[in-house]
Design a binder for this molecule. Structure first.
Ligand SMILES: NC(=O)c1ccc[n+]([C@@H]2O[C@H](COP(=O)([O-])OP(=O)(O)OC[C@H]3O[C@@H](n4cnc5c(N)ncnc54)[C@H](O)[C@@H]3O)[C@@H](O)[C@H]2O)c1
Length: 385
């Protein structure tokens, strides 16, 4: 028998941990009577997570993140009866309206990615909010100053060692490398690549390009981290030299203004700039667009590449408008299924813990409980054996 199947089916069947968790949740129903508001990339891997939460009895109210919403995913979720407010947009105002719409539904739990939903809930508190999860380091940084206002359990998935090495290190590295090739169809061999940021994501990115025969330089604002990069065998030039020499520049810091208009005189002719950090503010693409030295801009619409031509004859390219490259551009695949299966199982287990009141307000913006890490690691290894 031949059957037609979609990418959502492929991903769903590949998320083996989530499938096993969903089967358990169908019996234990940890979210019966509860609603969960989500603000996380709407793409097929997220579907596997959302279906798992629904198997546990949750009513889901969903939106995505800036630029990464996939229309086929939204269509599928709506066909399954999920409430989805998202549209594919790069407009922060339109995106914020979708986030507001999710919080306006007063979900009992929030699954946040970048701190957007909890920031709105801190401004407009409501009584039934039990807490929830935050996926990223950028979200943690943003929410920490609001800790007293929030005063509820918020478990930060990014702080789990599993998320750090499975997703941030290995998967982000692989997928940013894959994205460079997917956008450009250019080789990495012999290219000089500069990676800004040598946290978990930067480590994986630097390693992926080195493994693909590039010469990789690392720039990190923290001298201790730069030393680590040096001892890991990467070139660690001063910032200016690292920009001047780079054929490819990848930013993965989580901070704004890493490459700015002031760097335009330094950028090598033909250089390709891409961002892997959560927010598109790491590379100041807007400033390039209005830069006095830029005389023309070519937009390769289908490939999501912009080429900036400069007065002095140089040109350089930006991928995906500076949005997270692995979730932008043509056929964005995001991080590997296995890494997201692990990270999303941590999400499901943490939401289960909050729903069952297994953690209290003292756990506001803290890491995943160690017993959940151990449970998820054992389950993955059992499936791999
Ligand atoms: N693309 C994806 O799929 C994906 C997945 C996970 C995380 N992220 C995002 O990637 C970013 C980095 O995450 P991480 O876990 O590696 O963070 P991290 O905090 O572990 O590392 C960031 C590094 O950047 C360095 N840094 C800060 N400012 C700098 C500057 N001006 N110049 C050079 N280096 C600087 C810091 O010293 C640190 O070593 C975050 O925005 C995170 O949300 C993206």
């Amino acid at each position: 028998m031949e059957r037609s199947a979609t990418r959502i089916d492929w991903i769903g069947n590949s998320c083996r941990l989530l499938k096993a968790t969903a089967a358990e949740f169908e019996k234990t129903r940890p979210f019966d009577g509860l609603s969960i508001g989500t603000g996380i990339h709407l793409e097929p891997k997220t579907v596997a997570l959302l279906m798992t939460l629904r198997a546990g009895g949750a009513h889901l109210v969903c939106t995505g993140n800036l630029n990464s919403t996939q229309p086929a995913t939204v269509e599928f979720l709506r066909s399954q009866g999920f409430t989805v407010f998202a549209t594919q947009t790069t407009d922060p105002v339109a995106h914020h309206q979708s986030l507001e719409a999710v919080v306006a539904e007063k979900p009992d739990l929030l699954l946040d990615n970048g701190g957007d939903l909890f920031a709105i809930a801190a401004e407009k508190p409501y009584a039934n909010l039990l807490g929830g999860t935050e996926e990223t380091t950028s979200g943690r940084t943003r929410l920490l100053p609001m800790r007293d206002q929030l005063a509820m359990p918020i478990l930060v998935i990014n702080d789990s060692p599993i998320k750090q090495f499975a997703e941030n290190k290995h998967a982000v590295g692989q997928s940013l490398f894959e994205s460079y090739m997917r956008f450009t169809n250019r080789s990495t061999n012999g290219k000089r690549v500069t990676v800004f940021g040598y946290g978990a994501c930067g480590k994986g990115t630097a390693a992926a390009f080195r493994n693909a025969f590039s010469t990789v330089s690392v720039v990190d604002i923290n001298p201790v981290t730069s030393l680590e990069a040096h001892l890991d065998g990467f070139v660690t030039p001063l910032r200016e030299q690292a920009i001047r020499s780079a054929d490819v520049i990848a930013t993965v810091t989580g901070f704004p203004a890493i490459v700015t208009a002031a760097d335009v005189p330094l950028i090598k002719d033909g250089a390709i700039l891409m961002n892997g950090g959560h927010f598109p503010h790491e590379i100041d693409v807007a400033a390039f667009r209005s830069h006095a030295d830029v005389i023309a801009i070519d937009r390769y619409e289908a490939d999501h590449i912009e080429t900036f031509h400069l007065k002095d004859g140089r040109s350089f390219h930006v991928l995906g408008g500076g949005h997270m490259a692995n979730l932008a551009g043509p056929r964005p695949l995001g991080n590997s299924v296995e890494s997201m299966d692990l990270g999303f199982t941590l999400q499901a287990r943490c939401l289960e813990r909050v729903a069952k009141r297994g953690v209290g307000a003292e756990s506001c913006i803290v890491s995943v409980p160690a017993d959940i890490d151990a449970m998820v690691a054992s389950a993955y290894l059992d499936l791999a054996r």
